[in-house]
Ligand binder design. Structure first.
Ligand code: DX5
Ligand code: ZN
Length: 231
């Protein structure tokens, strides 16, 4: 059965980069559902993070589900490497090139789950013809590149539209950018089930003081679940 329950996916972009192993262990022990890995190329987005060897190194520490968000262009030459690095799901931006259909085929051909991502400036309709090729739609609620930015409200109505477009299909709706206990209910009420959060999970905590991560995760989860029940 398809699992549309609320999932919290901390973005390790806000973790201590010198201590990924212990950071991942800490967020998993503290109750996260997925681990969200933000790959940036300094070209598609104005920031650089990590490539396949680092993703492979951190995979050993992930016991839940590793979701790799590719903010790179081109995408296709790197799909195999990220699949081999151990991604459970690879998501690619519809804006990253002219051939999102081919990209999604290539992701599934690697035997991993596929996701398609929309920037805040891209309308929901842009993914209408690829919905049967994805396991997840990621709606960006910030312009990708950095953690800690302000939530862009137009993502809420876009999420509602995508939820309708999906209908009964087994496709997750993930939201990324500016998610907090205040913004999570807005997108869950509109149909999201998977919430990425970087700064809102890692703020105030550390591997020495991981219970703060747990409090932060529970605060987002309980706000989201309350909105789900009310919907
Ligand atoms: C933004 C990344 C996000 C980011 C979220 O480009 O895709 O995953 O880390 O960070 P917060 O939750 O701080 O907005
Ligand atoms: Zn992300």
């Amino acid at each position: 059965m398809f699992d549309r329950s609320i999932k919290i996916a901390p973005s390790i972009l806000s973790a201590d980069f010198a201590d990924f192993g212990r950071e991942i262990q800490a967020i998993e022990t503290q109750g996260c559902d997925w681990v969200h890995v933000d790959v940036m190329d300094g070209h598609f987005v104005p920031n650089l993070t990590f490539g396949p060897p680092l993703v492979k190194a951190i995979r050993k520490h992930v016991t839940t589900f590793m979701d790799v968000h590719l903010m790179i262009a081109p995408v296709d030459p790197f799909i195999e490497a990220f699949a081999e690095a151990g991604a459970d799901l690879i998501s690619a931006h519809v804006e990253a090139g002219p051939h999102i259909h081919r990209t999604l085929q290539a992701i599934r051909a690697q035997g991993v789950k596929s996701g398609v991502v929309l920037n805040p400036g891209t309308p929901a309709e842009a993914i209408a013809d690829v919905l049967d090729m994805v396991d997840l739609v990621l709606v960006m609620t910030v312009n990708p590149g950095f953690g800690g930015q302000k939530f862009i409200q137009s993502g809420v109505e876009k999420t509602r539209k995508i939820r309708q477009m999906i209908g009964d299909r087994p496709i997750h709706i993930q939201i990324d950018g500016g998610i907090t206990p205040e913004t999570a209910p807005l997108v869950v009420e509109a149909g999201a089930d998977c919430l990425v959060a970087g700064s809102a999970v890692f703020k105030g905590g550390s591997v020495e003081n991981p219970s703060v991560y747990g409090e932060n995760i529970r605060a987002i989860r309980s706000a989201a679940e309350a909105a789900r029940q009310a919907a």
